[in-house]
Ligand binder design. Structure first.
Ligand code: LLP
Length: 403
């Protein structure tokens, strides 16, 4: 089974379901999961898909079938996971700055829980004592990730219990009889350098000895995937090997056998996604050629929000003479998807496809300018199926209270 959808399949999707349209290739998700499993073969490892990247229920069900677990950043994601059929033991809940009541709800579901503040840890211990094992999210003071908004482990980050506060953490553990089973870190997203994960492990191993009931080190997500042609992602084979070695030698020196957990989002679903748009308007202005598509930051905010690169293909005219374009949206702000981007000659009506549109794309979309969110399609076994309808005016009015 090919790892990519063909232009024909994408054109067929656009013809059948209209544009703008998100299309996801199921088998690509499975291929990515298998890559992880193979790279970590022989390691005491578990993977939990970071559902925040893409939560369509059909994608969650598909991920469940692969055998992967699921990591939830809100109790609503945990409820979706239950609805998708994940048993509690395969659900992990890693939120931050959350009301304690939400943690109670996650516990009622039976999920594994990572808690990211001393305040909520104390509340958890006071409520449940030793009866329910938990994880603690630590802030390891490591700067990592593709940009500052997605860097989460550095010394000024809001996330986790600072590693320098471990004495206080142990005090809370003692006072409330907490059962700490997991130490967790997530230092950022789009981390290419394997050494960053190794440094995180070092920090965790250092404090691990102080937690007598520890069973799991959870290294979070953050594996980098290629966005640009020719770009390299995280070298999973090297990481897998390194992790196996490190856990092996930790076991040898301490006699402690720990598991390692990961929470990949982008790695599993970024490359399965294609966002199909259609060119509404061409405009020449001085040296700039604008290609205005029927979408905008309301549907795909990553280029505007993070300066992210998404590769664009003109699937209607792939053999056209290459020229540079500013690909822009139709929102009442400067919503540039790409500047000075070489593309085969673009004509009004052409279909432009954005790659890497699986992770954090539909999921971060909005109704800004009162535009509908796109439809979503899943391609599985070569079959195209609608998995979310395009919105209508009723959706825009659904929760409004008209006086
Ligand atoms: N675990 C935790 C605790 C996380 O906060 C995240 C992502 C992940 C796992 C998964 O990270 P991944 O493997 O996907 O890099 N919206 C941004 C990415 C934000 C990531 C937030 N946390 C973007 O579009 O680049």
């Amino acid at each position: 089974m090919s790892e990519q959808l063909t232009y024909e399949q994408l054109k067929q999707a656009a013809a059948e379901f209209g544009t703008p349209l998100y299309v996801y290739h199921a088998e690509r998700i499975k291929a990515q999961y298998n890559r992880l499993v193979n790279a970590f073969d022989g390691a005491p490892v578990r993977f939990f898909y970071a559902a925040k990247a893409l939560t369509n229920i059909n994608v969650l069900k598909y991920v469940k079938e692969t055998g992967c677990g699921i990591d939830c950043s809100s109790v609503n994601e945990a409820k979706l996971a239950v609805k998708a059929g994940f048993p509690a033991d395969r659900i992990l809940y890693t939120s931050n700055n959350i009301a304690f009541d939400e943690i109670r709800e996650a516990k009622a579901i039976g999920a594994h829980i990572n808690i990211d503040s001393l305040s909520n840890l104390r509340k958890f211990g006071e409520a449940f004592g030793h009866s329910y094992p938990v994880g603690v999210r630590l802030r390891p003071n490591i700067m990592a990730g593709g940009n500052l908004k997605i860097s989460t482990g550095h010394a000024a980050s809001k996330f986790g219990v600072p590693v320098e506060a471990v004495d206080e953490l142990l005090q809370v553990m003692k006072e409330t009889n907490l059962h700490i089973r997991t130490l967790h870190i997530h230092t950022g997203s789009e981390i290419k350098d394997v050494e960053v994960f190794a440094r995180g492990l070092e920090v965790l191993f250092e404090v691990a000895k102080r937690f007598p009931e520890l069973e799991v080190l959870d290294l979070g997500g953050g594996f980098k995937v290629p966005y640009k042609p020719g770009e390299e992602g995280t070298d999973m084979e090297t990481l897998g090997k390194k992790v196996k070695e490190e856990f092996g030698s930790f076991e040898k020196t301490t006699g402690k056998k720990l598991q390692v957990w990961f929470e990949p989002g982008k790695f599993l679903v970024s490359e399965c996604g294609y966002f199909i748009t259609q060119v509404n308007v061409l405009k020449e202005s001085g040296s700039i050629s604008f290609a205005g598509v029927n979408s905008g930051l309301n549907h795909l905010i990553r280029p505007m929000f993070y300066g992210s690169y998404h590769h664009i293909e003109n699937i209607s005219n792939p053999e056209g003479a290459v020229k540079n374009y500013n690909v822009v949206g139709n929102i009442c702000e400067t919503d540039n998807f790409a500047e000075d981007r070489p593309l085969p000659a673009v004509r009004e009506g052409d279909l432009l496809v954005f790659r890497n549109a699986g992770a954090y794309c539909y999921e971060m979309s909005s109704n800004y300018n009162s535009r509908y969110r796109p439809a979503e399609v899943l391609v599985k076994d070569g079959k195209l199926q609608l998995i979310r309808k395009r919105e209508t005016l009723d959706d825009l009015l659904r929760n409004q209270v008209e006086l």
